[in-house]
Every structure is written in C-alpha cells, then in structure tokens.
Design a protein around this ligand. Structure first.
Ligand SMILES: [Zn+2]
Length: 507
C-alpha cells in the first residue's frame, strides 16, 4: 500500500511544461515533492484521511514561475512607499508623492516612467519642490538609473554627487541625476535592517500573488542577504531566493568561502552581478551607433578593462557571472570577456537584458553556452511611438529583444521581470502578442522561459521548473488557460500559489 499524499490537486488541466508539454488532471505531493502526476482516478488512491485536497475546478496548473532577475527591495518599496508606476503625468506623480505618508525623513517615490506620459519628460526639482520644501524628496525612474531630487535633497547630497552625472540648465541643477549620481542617491536612502525585513516580506506577497515561487534577487550593499537567512531560519520565507551579489561583494564572498549554489532549500548563493552599460531609457546603453534622439551612443558604467578583471576573478573563485549588457557594443565586450573563462557553459555565465544583440552575437552565445537572461515585459516600450521607437528609431526598434532568435540558435533563455513589474503573465502576454514578429514566442515557449528556462539559469532544473515526479511542489494555478486566451494572457488571474507543497496564496 502506497503512503497517502499530503496534498492532492485534482480536476485540473496540469501542464508539465516539459518538452514536449504533457497534460494531466491531477498531481499528488508528499513532503514538499511531487510524487505522482496522473489522472483523477489514479490520484484518488493517494487520498488519505490527512490529505488536503484542492479541487482545481478545471483551472490550469503550471510549475511555479521563476523570476530570474528581480530587485525585491524595490518591489517592496512600490508596495510601501509612493508607487509612481501608474502616474499619468508629472503633476499626477507630484500628487501621489504628496499623498504618500511616511514617518521617515525622506519622501520617496519609485517607478515613474515618463515614456508613457503625454508630457514625456523626467520629473525635476521644480516638480518635487511642490511636494515639500522642508523634507528631502526623491523620485526614482523605473530603471533606478535616473532619479529626480527636490531642492532639499539636492543641497543635502550636493557634495557627494559627481558633477558629470548631475544635469544642469544654465549652470543650475535641474534636479535630474543619472548613473553614478543616481547611485549616490540610492545609497543615501538605503533601508536599515528592520525596514529591509518589511520590504522583503511585502515583496514576497507580490511574488505570491503573481504565481512566482522562486526569484533571483540582485543585491548590493544591502541587508537583504542576512534578512532572507533570518526569515528562512524562522520559517517565514516561503519563496526560494537565489542571491546574485554585486561585484562589490566578491572579495567578502570569497573570503568566507561562498560560491555559486551554496545554501539551503530557500536561500542560495547565485552569481556575481556586474555591469557594462546603462539603460536605453537613460540613453546610457552602449550602442555601436548614435541614439536616434541625440546625446551620443551611450556610456560605460563599468569600463571594458574593469570587466575583464572582474570576470576571471569571479570565475576562478567558483562563481557564475551575471553581466548587465543592453546595447550591442556592451554585449560584444561582455561576450569577449566571458569567452575568456575556462568553461563558460559549465559555469552557466549569464548576460542580463541583451536587448540589442546581433545575429553574430547570438551565435557566439550559443557556441559558448552562455545563458540569455531577458525581460519580455520590456516589449511594452517597443511599441510604435514608445520609448524604444524614440531612442532607437524605427529600424533598430525592430531588432530589440528577438527572443525566437535565441531559441533557434539554441541559447538557453531565462525570463524575468527586473521588477517592472513582478508579473510573469504580463511578460508572457507581451511576447505572445508582440509589436514585431521577430519578438514572438508561442505560449508554451514563453511559459517555459519563465519556468524551466529560468530554473536552468539558477542551476535548479533538477528540482524546479517542470511538473515531474521528484521535483519540488511549487505551482501556480491560473483561472483561465493562456493557450485558449492568448490575446488576454495579462488579464488571467492567479488563484493559488503553492510553495514546497503549501498554499502560500489563495485568491
Ligand atoms: Zn535589474
């Protein structure tokens, strides 16, 4: 007689998302692992007195989503601070900031995206002086590479802000700061340990509500790693977290003997994260040609020579690398640097974003076995008249985020949100309904990139990413089938999220 299951999910449309995808009615779980994937009839034999049964009522059961590139503190801040993502204009953003209420000294807003506004410009000091002339006010652009400061914040930080990244008009700062200056601002408003715990717990809720059961969090000089481990120890972490440490942490990580894949069921060491260029929004992504709307061809955030030092150092210390590269010139430098490591495929070195890779670059990635870590939600900027249209012009706009080219070449493709926003179905919707054919994936391909593809990028394909016997019982339940409603995937609700065999979210 077989032991009873702890949990059975029955009467559903279970997609394994293996290759090929298979469908079943039901799944049985014991001790946090999948023990059977079968028909309702067969699963019924595993139903014991202690078994919890979830009747899926015809809904779709998928492997839990793995978001391979997020900033969980930022996700938490969207929840707990002024959320500027839905602001419709500069004055609307000012209103949201004014209404936000916090006991902190700083008034902080996160996530504005001027490219969606009719009055398409950054927030400025003049805007933010309307929020307060007594307390420092900062509004971060969605990509965090650009920030706007009011007068109080500017005068507080003035001595620390590198002149080159502080925008001026007739010699006066406009309040807009980019790149290194934006980083100074980020550091000035960094949360302490208690606030970090609050932010991460809030972010975990966002993840669960969107079917995300595992994240690769990019952390830098943050309390997050310690807080995650404390939450894990106390049983409050119900999300699998891979920590990708900024290269500033390389020496410390090496000193204590950490390397990629160390850790527990819930908190593991991931990659060393580094940069090459900036963002298209900030016109700092490094292109081989000029921007269509002026201001040169971008800039290095980490110069190529520095990258060539960091890469072998981290690789020799046993770390996977995750290198941010958006423009074609930055991608070229990154591939060159990673190609110099001993075993790029074995180390699963990843390139983050990769928005403007050329055919040759995609071929080289395939040959080297590099992982493409990309964001389908970024297609929201790729529409006609959108941000990429103005930055790149119509021809190059067609060449961004060509997901099918990676799959055709055999490059492992991992999807993620970069927290803009954390919401896999929104991203899947974008690539299933793209602006250009060169960006179109099938529903199954897109879902795989957000499950097994992202799991592969985190060395997790043995335990996560598909629904198979022996894998972790991490699931997302969808109210409707994305295969039957391809034009409205973004509107499909997640009704249950299950982590380690436990329902962590029920709508
Ligand atoms: Zn990021």
């Amino acid at each position: 007689m077989t032991a009873a299951a702890d949990l059975v999910l029955t009467n559903g449309e279970v997609h394994t998302l293996t290759d090929p995808d298979e469908t079943y009615d039901a799944v049985a779980v014991r001790d946090g692992r999948i023990v059977r994937v079968d028909s309702d009839y067969e699963i019924d034999f595993l139903n014991g007195v202690e078994t919890r049964e979830i009747d899926l009522d015809g809904r779709v059961l998928l492997p839990g989503f793995v978001d391979a590139h997020v900033h969980m503190e930022t996700v938490g801040r969207h929840r707990l601070r002024a959320d500027l993502r839905d602001a419709t204009s500069p004055s609307d953003a000012v209103d949201i900031l004014r209404d936000s209420d916090s006991d902190d000294d700083w008034i902080l807003g996160f996530g504005f995206d001027e490219s969606t506004w009719a009055e398409s410009r950054y927030l400025t000091r003049d805007d933010l002086d309307q929020v307060s002339t007594e307390r420092p006010v900062v509004a971060f652009r969605e990509d965090l590479h650009t920030a706007a400061l009011n007068g109080v914040a500017l005068s507080r930080l003035r001595d620390d802000l590198p002149d080159g990244d502080v925008q001026t008009e007739n010699g006066d700062p406009t309040g807009v700061v980019v790149e290194d200056a934006a980083e100074v601002v980020r550091e000035a408003v960094e949360p302490g340990p208690a606030e970090t715990a609050e932010l991460l717990v809030a972010a975990q809720r966002d993840a669960h509500e969107t079917g995300v059961t595992s994240v690769h969090d990019m952390v830098r000089r943050s309390h997050a790693p310690r807080i995650y481990r404390e939450l894990d120890a106390s049983g409050d972490l119900r999300l699998r977290v891979r920590l990708n440490y900024w290269s500033d942490h390389l020496d410390a990580a090496r000193e204590v003997g950490l390397r990629t894949n160390h850790g527990s069921e819930f908190v593991r060491t991931g990659a060393i994260k580094t940069f090459t260029d900036g963002s298209l929004g900030g016109r700092t992504a490094k292109l081989s040609d000029e921007y269509a709307d002026g201001d040169g061809s971008g800039q290095w955030v980490v110069p190529p020579q520095e990258l060539r030092d960091i890469v072998p150092e981290a690789d020799d210390a046993g770390f996977q690398l995750a290198v941010h590269a958006i423009g074609d010139e930055a991608i070229e430098e990154t591939i060159d640097a990673l190609a110099g490591t001993d075993d790029p495929a074995g180390a699963r070195h990843r390139i983050e974003h990769l928005e403007l890779a050329t055919d040759d670059q995609i071929e080289r990635m395939a040959d080297l076995g590099l992982v493409a870590s990309m964001q389908p939600n970024f297609l929201k900027w790729s529409r006609e008249g959108g941000l990429y249209d103005s930055r790149l012009g119509p021809e190059r706009r067609d060449e961004n985020n060509r997901f099918p080219a990676y799959l055709d070449a055999g490059v492992p493709l991992a999807f993620s949100s970069d927290s803009m926003p954390i919401d896999p179905l929104f991203g899947v919707h974008q690539t299933v309904n793209p602006p250009e054919d060169t960006q179109e994936l099938s529903v199954t391909e897109a879902l795989r990139a957000y499950t097994s593809g992202a799991a592969y990028a985190g060395f997790d394909e043995g335990r996560l990413g598909t629904i198979e016997v022996g894998k972790k019982a991490d699931f997302a339940v969808l109210d409707e089938s994305p295969w039957e409603n391809p034009a409205s995937i973004a509107d499909i609700d997640v009704t249950h999220t299950i982590v380690d065999g436990e329902a962590v979210y029920e709508a």
